[in-house]
Write a protein that binds this ligand. Sequence first.
Ligand code: PMP
Length: 421
Amino acid sequence: MYYSTAVYQNESNVRSYCRDCDVVFAIGTGATLKDINGQSYIDFVAGAGSLNYGHNNPHLKHELLRYIKQNGVTTTLDFHSVAKSRFIERFERLILKPRGMSYKLQFTGPTGTNAVEAALKLARKCTARTTVAAFSNAYHGVTLGALAVTANIDKRRVAGVELSNVIRLPYDGFFGPDIDSADIISTLYLTHGSGYEPPAAIILETVQGEGGLNCAQPQWLRKIERLCQDLGALLIVDDIQAGCGRTGTFFSFELSGISPDIICLSKSISGYGLPMSVVLIKPEHDCWEPGQHNGTFRGNNQAFITANSALDFWKDRRLETKINENSVTIRNSLVELLALAPPETVHVVGKGMLMGLKFNDPQNASRLSRACLEQKLLVETCGPSGEVLKLMPPLTIDSKTLAKGLEKLQQAYFNIMAVNS
Ligand code: PMP
């Protein structure tokens, strides 16, 4: 009986994804999910970006099972452990060093929002300033500190308290392609008499995963970084969704050449869907005193094991090459779809394997998402009004399944077009 959907009436009203998807999932392999009836679905949601290496990735699973079989310790607060020390050593050797990056690792409570809380607290502590600057359409989580830097008004309203000490700035492209918002922001902060005080930090996503797949241009990021330096503010990059390879490189900002003071990682850092978060801190900003930001589940050793195995994907350029090939396939398929739509009603947005279709009419995005489900393809929507259909397949998806998923999307698109016309 546990699989009857009636039982979920007992789950809080806060449940959301399952309201539009009346399917009970049972099995996951790679980019494929199976429900209790053995029906297959192609997964273009990938745990909202927490399954970049697919469901039950065999390499990660093998290491995890081996670790559990030997009674490897499960949870250790922040005591030393073999699994943690291996991860720290290999993250340094395979990710940071080759990129010329020097950061300390802070393991926070295992959700993304907790990493953001830690980053904000640390920036405020280091600078002895209270205000943090955050962007239009930003999404950083739903605990109070992270919610304060999140833009979505519906999410903010339910806080029930004032979300203060944050100043909202226009993201790249907010005023359209011809106005550089970084120039406006810099003028405001650097002009005497504007009333803008230097913030503790500026926090940003390089691609706004929940906010509609808006992308910051490299030169815009460099201007914001320069502004942070001029203001003595810390630059925090929230790479929770866009990082871990999602946009083509391990860190989403790599090609822009910026060097954030603090980086938040979560979602796919464990690679297996096991909860884990890391805040990377430039050593000069590690002003914490022992235990100042603690939490019971900072030592998820099973996550350290799979995170360590996931690093094997970054030993050479093969995954990067594959992500870039997949991105081209996805983009081409979306551009083909656009040719079928009335001009100017829909656009391709996003970057790497974080791409989607932005509709002028948000109803069309939700209609298409529902039509995809009928085709047994899982896709979610994002954007301030849900106007973007977001495609986020596992990075490791094989070409055949990717092509099949994109075919299903095309079929779903034809179906809604037929109804609309
Ligand atoms: N930051 C970003 C950029 C995110 O996309 C998310 C989750 N969608 C979060 C923070 C919050 O992560 P979590 O849901 O694990 O708290």
